[in-house]
Design a protein around this ligand. Sequence first.
Ligand code: AMP
Length: 199
Amino acid sequence: MTDARLLIVGPQGSGKGTQGVRIARELGIPAVSTGDVFRAAVADGSELGQQVQSVIEAGDLVSDELTSAVVRDRLSQSDAEGGFLLDGYPRNISQVAHLDEFLEGRGETLDAVIELSVPRDESISRLSLRAREQGRTDDTEEVIANRLAIYERETAPILGVYHTRGIVDEIDGVGSLDEITDRILAALEARGLFGPAAA
Ligand code: AMP
């Protein structure tokens, strides 16, 4: 398979975590979710977890230094040598610069950025459902509003940077899980990152 270095970007409640795992499995690359790494650290009560717990519970962003260090460590593991799918990172312009620098040092570049678009009402109702089902501490109404505002203010602008590089595939995030996965795989196939051309 062709190496694939991918990002999946979308507002909270767009389903990017679920789709990220599915796509990574299809391509045989690790899915790296910074949110999952932080939540696991909080659950373990590790030093990292203690550093980030209050920030996550408020729905604010963990510092760029700490987050970028976590990502560098994870991408330096051997299973990420042949590609990876990042979910939840980069989340602002400064993290884009960190990631560029890190990849440049390894002679690598990003191949595609999957933008999952979902109307605001739909993402809010999915998040409220998840709050009831999973009881995530950052899925309360007030914290959701904060996270969506941060997305619009800090994260959405990163797509402009990647658009100028011609690597963004905008995917309609409304539909069944399988339909959305198929749309993403078709976009990756068109880039030669999936399917017969990538074998
Ligand atoms: P997520 O599951 O991606 O919504 O992430 C959950 C929380 O983890 C976020 O609300 C932030 O507090 C933190 N987090 C995850 N990724 C990042 C990142 N790239 N930069 C800063 N904070 C992050």
